[in-house]
Write a protein that binds this ligand. Structure first.
Ligand SMILES: CC(C)(COP(=O)(O)OP(=O)(O)OC[C@H]1O[C@@H](n2cnc3c(N)ncnc32)[C@H](O)[C@@H]1OP(=O)(O)O)[C@@H](O)C(=O)NCCC(=O)NCCS
Length: 268
């Protein structure tokens, strides 16, 4: 499903993406202005974080003080602009589900920093986001915990023995045993799956990344094979997706019986 490792970085600095055949089967269609989110669907959105200065300035007006303070702490302008775009687009998408102005939304944070809606009990909407370079991905559910991750496939990073530092023994063996021309994709496929899982749990880095194992072999259904905590392997379902050519993404979602749908958010 994911992009070939030979297809690297085709993101453009515009307000939409060129979706090539290599980017995978996901349609990334424009959604309805007020999309509905049934309990058996997981909605995945993508947005560019380089939509242009005018849009970023407008999005900044929708942020709350904590977000503005964080934006102000970025040393480099580009990182600051992308953070503002990521949070601004998150607010716009949530506003579409909740039929609420983006600037009215309030967030709370879990012990390890996972954001959630302060009004979460009434709406039941849960979300998570991830970004890599100029690409952001967002995932939304109703009443299920969710984690999402995205990474650009960088062949220079994979194959440096990093898998032995971060992955479980079984995962590292699977990645190093992958033929060289698809090893980078296998490496980042494993990485994003593990990140999606720790983000679904809200653990961040407090959960040791070698304390659980996901299936990584090509053609195998992505799932949690081993976790020390009882009930974990049955609690989560996973899906890989192709966010754009040269990128890989993964979702970890509580429970089963859901299907993922893929939408494009064009920052107005
Ligand atoms: C913070 C962490 C959750 C993700 O960090 P990251 O990979 O740098 O960033 P991502 O783009 O995936 O996600 C960032 C977003 O996750 C969300 N987030 C922050 N803490 C979170 C947590 N504890 N749980 C879930 N989501 C969290 C935030 O929305 C954040 O974006 P924002 O602050 O701009 O709104 C954490 O897992 C981390 O630092 N991981 C990297 C560690 C690593 O070395 N991984 C090896 C791979 S196997």
């Amino acid at each position: 499903m994911s992009a070939s490792p030979a297809v690297i970085a085709s993101l453009r600095s515009s307000n939409s993406f060129r979706v090539t055949a290599a980017a995978g089967a996901e349609a990334w269609a424009p959604a309805a202005d007020r999309p509905t989110l049934p309990a058996d669907e997981v909605h995945v959105w993508r947005a560019t974080l380089d939509p242009g200065d005018a849009r970023v300035s407008r999005l900044e007006t929708t942020l709350e003080p904590r977000e503005r303070e964080r934006a102000a702490r970025f040393r480099f302008r580009r990182d600051r602009q992308r953070y503002i775009a990521a949070r601004g687009a998150l607010r716009e998408i949530l506003g579409r589900y909740l039929d609420a102005p983006p600037k009215r939304l309030r967030f709370q944070y879990g012990p390890q920093g996972k954001p959630r809606l302060a009004s979460e009990p009434p709406s039941g909407i849960r979300f998570n986001l991830a970004h890599s370079d100029a690409l952001a991905v967002y995932a939304f559910t109703r009443g299920r915990e969710i984690g999402i991750d995205v990474e650009r496939v960088r062949p220079d990073v994979a194959g440096e023995g990093i898998e032995r530092r971060f992955f479980s023994v079984a995962e590292a063996e699977d990645v190093t045993g992958t033929p060289e021309d698809s090893r980078a994709e296998a490496f980042f496929g494993c990485w994003t799956s593990k990140e999606a899982y720790v983000k679904a749990r809200g653990d961040g880095l407090s959960l040791a990344l070698d304390a659980f194992t996901v299936s990584t072999r090509a053609g195998e259904k992505l799932r949690l094979i081993y976790a020390a905590e009882a009930g974990e392997t049955a609690r989560w379902a996973f899906e890989r997706f192709s966010p754009a050519a040269g990128y890989v993404g993964a979702l970890a979602v509580e429970g089963d019986g859901w299907r993922a749908r893929f939408w494009e958010h064009r920052i107005p």
